[in-house]
Design a protein around this ligand. Structure first.
Ligand SMILES: [Zn+2]
Length: 119
């Protein structure tokens, strides 16, 4: 069983924060209730997902189902971190064109392959 881990990280250069959640969707949802409105909570559809990132004003919320113990799970974390970084940069006005999904997948994939080689 995965124990829920939740913590906030300051991102001083940009005046934003990251709430990082690791664990079961039901536990993540409980923690999210303290942070975001009911309406925004509906945007969290955990089905079929290993990770999710949504920005609320200056707060980036990232959820990852499991702690990053394997190359595959490091891929998931890295993927979400690309979204976190891009969302924070967007928030502070760094222009972005189109979806960042491709970059997130590629970064995650490369991360996973590197950790497999390092094993
Ligand atoms: Zn993604």
């Amino acid at each position: 069983m995965v124990i829920m881990k939740a913590f906030k990280i300051e991102t001083p250069p940009y005046g934003t924060k990251l709430l990082a959640l690791f664990g079961k969707p039901s536990e993540a949802r409980k923690r999210l209730k303290n942070e975001i409105s009911k309406k925004n909570l509906k945007r969290w559809d955990f089905k079929g997902c290993d990770g999710l990132t949504i920005m609320y004003g200056a707060l980036a919320v990232m959820w990852v189902r499991e702690l990053p113990k394997t190359p595959r799970l490091k891929n998931v974390l890295q993927h979400e971190l690309v979204h976190v970084v891009n969302d924070i940069l967007s928030y502070v006005g760094v222009e972005r064109t189109g979806s960042d999904e491709g970059g997130a997948y590629l970064t995650g994939w490369i991360t996973e392959q590197i950790y497999k080689k390092l094993k």
